[in-house]
Design a protein around this ligand. Structure first.
Ligand code: FES
Length: 138
């Protein structure tokens, strides 16, 4: 029987779970962001939504906000992902697209294998947001 008082995740996961960065509790208003991406996980049925603001001249992600109906790992993963992408003035879209779920897991000090699909949701929702952004530019 597992000990319910035992925390099985890294301190970094704990920190991002209890203090998530760039998390929003309400849906943004129409036009507040440049694009949005949403994915659901087949593995668990949870949902992730990501909104981005992009500086058109440089293609840098100036802002990334998110909501999820997912678990602690999904929350911590998206929180750290949002930090990686927006720090120091923001990555370009192409730089940000190179971040993998493995990079996110490493940044969190590792996550259990059975929770890996949770970190994939941030990556996939971001890619959908980029698709949405690029489709508006055509
Ligand atoms: Fe659904 Fe983690 S179990 S996002």
């Amino acid at each position: 029987m597992p000990d319910v008082n035992q925390w099985y995740y890294s301190e970094k996961v704990k920190d991002h779970f209890f203090h998530p960065k760039n998390f929003i509790t309400e849906e943004p208003k129409e036009g507040e962001f440049d694009a949005m991406g949403e994915v659901g996980s087949f593995a668990c049925g949870d949902i992730m939504k990501i909104w981005i603001k992009v500086e058109p001249e440089t293609n840098r992600i100036k802002e990334l906000k998110w909501r999820t109906w997912g678990c602690a790992t999904a929350i911590a993963s998206t929180s750290v992902f949002s930090e990686m992408i927006t720090k120091d003035g923001g990555m370009t879209i192409d730089e940000a697209l190179k971040i993998t779920p493995k990079d996110i897991a490493e940044r969190l000090g590792g996550i259990p294998d059975r929770k890996f699909h949770c970190s994939v949701m941030a990556d996939q929702a971001f890619k959908k947001a980029v698709e949405n952004y690029r489709s508006k530019k055509i």
